[in-house]
Design a protein around this ligand. Sequence first.
Ligand code: ZN
Length: 323
Amino acid sequence: MRTAQLPLGTLPARVSIREVGPRDGLQNEDVILSTKQKIALIDCLSDSGLEYIEVGSFVHPRVVPQMADTAEVFARIERHPDIVYSAIAPNLKGAERAIEAGADAIQVFLSTSESHNQSNVHMSISESLAQASEIGRLVRSSGKLFDAVLSVVFGCPFEGHVPVDRVLDIAAQLIESGAQQITLGDTTGMAHPRLVQEVCVGFAERLPQVPVRFHPHSARGAGLANVLAALQVGVDRFDASVGGIGGCPFAPGAPGNVCTEDMVHMLHEMGVATGISLPQVMSCARGLETLLGHEVPGQTIKAGICGHLGPVGEPRIVELEHL
Ligand code: ZN
């Protein structure tokens, strides 16, 4: 049976993937890559046709030592004019540094549960919203993209279920503060397809003025099923991590981010375009295995591309493995 005959409903013809491996992925790895290695990874990814790459974060290096060199990485990557290169700003100072470093988009993070927000940033949600509003003013006045990411949307490790209305209330306030995109993060891998559809449909009904992006996790194996569920209700922006790097911060050893090349492979096989060269992303993932010194969780680099099971070409990044 051809995929077009399956009762999947009307899927978007094309989706946009934000690559989060260089930040979300590497931040959750024990191995800290050198600045040159990070640059090589990002340059390899830039050549793949991705439209959006999360480069790093301007969090204090004491908190996240893996991201201490983000400004230098920004200064030395080969920028493609049609790619959005983003950075995370934990506060106003971080946003200033991100803008100075040349980030095209500034991301703020906010939890949808009080206990998770407290444990993460030692602030209440309303304090975080007030701070996001200040950051939003600065980012919008600088002409950059102001991008808000909500965590634990589909379940909190401390509080369990998160009410959909609360998620939408927080998103509405971020939009009022100038957010031009809202990402719904399944930080703990607690989402399932019905819940994904409930939240995404609720979002589109109440806040149709701003695009929604889905950040799936696979801690319980439901990552790509949740991506399909989101596609079925019209979501066309997704986050993924090359090689699937970045485990679940709440479950050591469990997978976290959904793998970019696995997501791209599934989408392409279903006839959904991404604009991404799958062999190129697979090359980046293979190079990344060399850089990290261990296998990555992605499946497609092990199984090969359907209908293209031969060698996928030499990864550009391998030349840089000894840096
Ligand atoms: Zn993630």
